[in-house]
Design a protein around this ligand. Structure first.
Ligand code: MG
Length: 155
């Protein structure tokens, strides 16, 4: 059985801003590793981030390292299970309305919101911000089954 795809944004989701207003100063969000282990066990995970827009994962590793992640720790091998999704102008280029997917992002663009609405996929967007709610990843794992797990997409 094919697992649903989970698109995961980096900045503001698995990495949180250290201080509002300081660009590119991030730290690993609370529960990030647990979340990635949880997510990769359930979904085909893909990064959907401007840090790996062209489809190369190096920007993702660089971002985690800069945020203080000890990538030599074997637990961070979970990053090897997640490939970046390719897009250029809009993140929705990576989405396929015919596929079962979820997308976690803190700041989807207006264009991408419209794309989701036009394709009847608004309920696939999960908006969380670890910048404003540091426990958002932990709460998402705790609430997934009651909030999202029961939503089966009509074919
Ligand atoms: Mg973001």
């Amino acid at each position: 059985m094919t697992r649903p795809i989970l698109f995961i944004d980096l900045d503001g989701v698995v990495l949180q801003r250290r201080n509002a207003g300081i660009f590119d100063a991030f730290e690993v969000a609370p529960g990030c590793l647990e979340f990635l282990e949880w997510a990769t066990a359930r979904f085909q995970c893909r990064w959907l981030t401007s840090r790996a827009r062209s489809g190369w994962p190096d920007g993702v590793r660089r971002a985690f390292r800069a945020a203080g992640a000890a990538l030599d720790d074997p637990r961070w091998a979970v990053l090897d299970l997640i490939d970046p999704a390719e897009w250029s102008a809009n993140k929705s280029e990576a989405l396929d309305p015919k596929c079962e997917f979820w997308w976690i992002d803190d700041a989807p663009s207006r264009h991408d919101r419209e794309w989701l609405r036009d394709h009847g996929c608004e309920d696939r967007l999960i908006e969380i911000s670890t910048d404003t709610n540091h426990d958002a990843l932990i709460q998402l794992m705790q609430c997934w089954d009651c909030d999202f797990g029961r939503k089966v997409r009509p074919k």
